[in-house]
Write a protein that binds this ligand. Structure first.
Ligand code: SAM
Ligand code: ZN
Length: 312
């Protein structure tokens, strides 16, 4: 069970309206379970309830109507989220995504759109600190219940496209299966812009999102649509996703994952094994249902040039 918001992490978070610093009010214990933080610029008061910092209340009037609808739908369905994920699906997606993130030990990790914690519990258990952001309170409550006690952790109820922290607060940022639901390119760009600020120089951003994959295209299905729950989605081409991220960070790797070969079951082939092999095979990997991208924030050398010290 989550024991509350680590004071050190809470102090990095800025007001989502004007990026003012948040000052905690009253005598607080570390970690913070219940309390208040006031923005030094606009004076707005943000509550911490059961260790969850509530930024959303004051963001809601600025949110896109699609996002407001999604947040409501996520709350309604939070308890069932795990039933939409299959064991094979997770095994196709999670290991290659974690592999792109790299070593977690000693790293300050931020997860945007953490949901009920399919990645979060693993990340929190292995990193120096973990901050999870989502706009579904019911999802965060489930994650809080699943989180092991102790450690430097923080959960934030916020729209990730407007979430801001002090610069260089994180070494790694993960955004898994979220970007497809952000309704406009302009909002996604807001998210990347904030990530570029949040990351330390040399820090890593990893995301996966729905791919506009070959079988989908061959069936003539549209790039955008809605799930039964009403939640909007957009399927990305590799070029589209890497170009939009590339305007804010330096894209180092990208390839489709979660490959499903039609009729593999009928042919007696192991779908998981095939996916792992085929995700590295050009052209064939166009069948991958998710695009996986790794990007880095450049390191600024003394002469002001942006460089990378290592090849990844
Ligand atoms: C498909 S779920 C993925 C959850 C988790 N990352 C995982 O891989 O299991 C998408 C999550 O992103 C959250 N989300 C979508 N757009 C968001 C936004 N703009 N700000 C915060 N959370 C968002 C939803 O509430 C939901 O929990
Ligand atoms: Zn403010």
């Amino acid at each position: 069970m989550y024991s509350g918001f680590s004071l050190e992490l809470l102090q990095q978070i800025l007001c989502p309206i004007d990026a003012g610093a948040l000052v905690l009010e009253g005598a607080l214990q570390d970690p913070v379970l219940n309390g208040c933080a006031r923005c030094v610029r606009c004076g707005l008061l943000y509550r911490v309830e059961s260790g969850i910092l509530i930024l959303l209340e004051h963001q809601q009037k600025l949110m896109d109507p699609e996002s407001v609808r999604e947040a409501e739908a996520r709350d309604v369905d939070a308890e069932n989220y795990h039933t939409y994920c299959s064991e094979v699906g997770d095994r196709k997606e999670i290991p290659p995504t974690l592999c792109m993130l790299g070593e977690l030990e000693g790293k300050r990790v931020l997860e945007l759109g953490c949901g009920t914690g399919r990645y979060s519990v693993y990340l929190a258990g292995r990193s120096a600190s973990f901050t999870g952001v989502d706009f579904s309170l019911d999802s965060l409550k489930l994650l809080a219940a699943a989180m092991p006690q102790g450690g430097r952790r923080g959960l934030v109820l916020a729209d990730a496209t407007k979430f801001q922290t002090s610069p260089h607060s994180f070494d790694l940022v993960l955004c898994a299966q979220v970007l497809q639901h952000v309704p406009t390119a302009a909002l996604r760009e807001d998210l990347y812009r904030h990530v570029a600020q949040q990351l330390t120089p040399g820090g890593v951003f990893v995301c996966n999102a729905y791919h506009h994959h070959l079988s989908w295209r061959m069936q003539g299905l549209p790039k955008e649509g809605r799930h039964e729950s009403g939640i909007f989605y957009h399927r990305f081409t590799r070029k589209e996703l890497t170009e939009e991220i590339g305007r804010h960070l330096i894209v180092r790797k990208s390839h489709p994952i979660s490959v499903h070969i039609p009729f593999s079951g009928r042919l007696g082939l192991n779908d998981l094994w095939l996916s792992r092999v085929v995700e590295r095979v050009p052209l064939l990997n166009n069948l991958g249902e998710l695009m996986l991208v790794k990007a880095k924030k450049g390191e600024v050398a003394a002469d002001g040039e942006t460089t990378f010290s290592e090849e990844v």
